[in-house]
Ligand binder design. Structure first.
Ligand SMILES: [Zn+2]
Ligand SMILES: [Zn+2]
Length: 262
């Protein structure tokens, strides 16, 4: 108990922070670790990906059954199944902004955990490797960091970089279940790269597809079963372009996990 407290105060001393969503002072170890207060975190844990969703692209279904309209209308999809968690609106948007634009790395820990959970929900029985969606070269120059790569690191390490030993120590005080769900390492392969192209943001579905054509390349042999992950899915063209390249290179199954859908 004593060590737990000391570590907690040390962390608070060096990284004092409020909740990324509501701003209240964070008071427990869990809260500071994830950068969210208990009630905001519970809110986030309660929803996200539980409603009925398209078995292909992961979007929630409104009146359709099994598959959403755009997936049913014969759109070319190279991925086998995608899980998405949150609508890219309101507090969910704020959560991503805290991580992506304000570089709140604690929120990154929370998002990485949500990706792990989604992996479990995919129920894949074979060995898999996670593949981050490669960033647009110009984008990193502009924002200075690659938020997907940071998540990849968290997934591969099983714990956050700056708190690895600390986290293991803290986890020893927690239930066995928590250790089991947060410490497993996931294999990550950065086998895709992206050539410079213009930003997808203002393009429509068809132009997005054209814009990406030939712009995503394999840098090494892809895994047999890949789970591509990204932060936001809009039309799904980026994910699909990645899946197409992976499959052309020999991958048999390609799944996707996106934290937010727009
Ligand atoms: Zn809060
Ligand atoms: Zn769909």
């Amino acid at each position: 108990m004593k060590i737990k407290r000391i570590l907690f105060y040390l962390r608070e001393f060096f990284f004092p922070a409020g909740c990324a969503l509501c701003g209240v002072t964070l008071t427990s170890m869990d809260e500071t670790w994830y950068g969210l207060c208990g009630s905001c975190r519970n809110d986030m844990l309660l929803c996200g990906g539980e409603e009925e969703s398209c078995d292909l692209c992961g979007r929630p279904l409104i009146s359709e059954k099994g598959r959403c309209l755009s997936c049913r209308n014969g759109e070319d999809r190279h991925f086998d199944r995608v899980i998405t968690l949150y609508p890219y609106t309101g507090k969910y948007r704020k959560l991503l902004a805290a991580y992506k634009f304000n570089k709140n790395l604690a929120v990154g820990c929370f998002l990485a955990e949500r990706i792990r959970e989604s992996v479990r929900r995919l129920n894949i029985t074979e060995d898999f490797v996670m593949v981050p969606v490669p960033p647009r070269p110009g984008k990193i120059r502009k924002t200075g960091w690659d938020q997907i790569e940071y998540l990849a690191k968290l997934l591969a390490r099983g714990q956050a970089k700056e708190g690895k030993k600390f986290y293991v120590a803290v986890n020893n005080f927690r239930s066995k279940k928590h250790i089991a769900t947060s410490a497993e390492n996931i294999r990550v392969s950065r086998c895709l790269k992206r050539l410079p192209s213009i930003s997808q943001k203002k393009l429509n579905r068809e132009d997005r597809r054209k814009n990406l054509k030939g712009r995503i390349l394999l840098t090494r042999t892809p895994p047999k079963t890949a789970i591509v992950f990204d932060d936001v899915i809009t039309t799904g063209s980026t994910l699909d372009a990645c899946a197409a390249v992976l499959k052309a290179g020999g991958a048999e199954k390609v799944y996707g996990i996106c934290l937010f859908y727009d």
